[in-house]
Design a protein around this ligand. Structure first.
Ligand SMILES: [Zn+2]
Length: 228
């Protein structure tokens, strides 16, 4: 199968899985909580993020390449690829999605953060890939702002659950003073997808199947946290 065919197949499977099981359960239990019609429940199930606004932020870009990988690839490119997949799946789930960049372009940290307040988003989600001097360091890490509001923490926990369920090793929910987390008033998270300084993680980050799977896990986590 060609690479593009594999990617499309993986994406279709991911999108189906993203909305599938919960949609079925919600539909089956739609026996009429007071004042809510079955059609409304079906609508909510099919578009669990309807009415939600999410800003997806692919880290770095343009003159800022981010971390370098052991295989020579650049963080900014991985971030954009995965952020696009995440944004697409969130849209499929009904969310209004804005991206801080959709091409290889430099955007300042303040301009990225300003988008969160401008759109009054329900979540600002920054996508990155890590690097460390220890080549054995690996796995995803989720960051919330230092002193984060409850909504950020709850979403972070849901993201970790989704990553765990999908079999991704992770390093937990941590706090940081990153500008894109602290420079606005909206709920926010920063996901480091893996370590470009680790041979296995770097290979995963370049693998279309792996990218589709982690994007799907992120989508599931966001849905779990934000669904109405
Ligand atoms: Zn980064």
């Amino acid at each position: 199968m060609s690479t593009s065919r594999i990617l499309i197949t993986a994406l279709v499977a991911s999108l189906a899985a993203c909305a599938g099981p919960r949609m079925y359960n919600r539909t089956q239990t739609a026996v009429s909580p007071a004042g809510v019609s079955a059609s409304t429940l079906q609508e909510r199930a099919a578009l669990p993020l309807r009415g939600k606004c999410i800003v997806v932020d692919p880290g770095h870009g343009g003159k800022d390449p981010g971390a370098s990988a052991v295989d020579g690839s650049r963080e900014k490119d991985h971030n954009l690829t995965i952020a696009r997949l995440v944004a697409q799946q969130l849209k499929e789930a009904g969310a209004t999605v804005f991206m801080t960049r959709s091409s290889d372009k430099f955007i300042s940290l303040d301009d990225r953060a300003a988008m969160a307040d401008r759109h009054h988003c329900d979540l600002f989600l920054s996508i990155h890939a890590d690097a460390a001097s220890n080549p054995s360091a690996r796995g995803a890490t989720v960051y919330r702002a230092r002193g984060a509001q409850a909504a950020s923490s709850e979403c972070g926990e849901e993201l970790l659950v989704a990553l765990q369920q999908a079999g991704f090793p992770h390093r937990g929910l941590r706090e940081a003073g990153f500008r894109v987390l602290m420079g606005h008033s909206r709920p926010s998270l920063l996901l480091e997808c893996g370590f470009l300084s680790n041979t296995s993680d770097a290979a995963n980050l370049s693998d279309p199947h792996w990218r589709a799977r982690i994007s799907n896990a992120v989508c599931r986590g966001v849905i779990a946290a934000l669904r109405g």
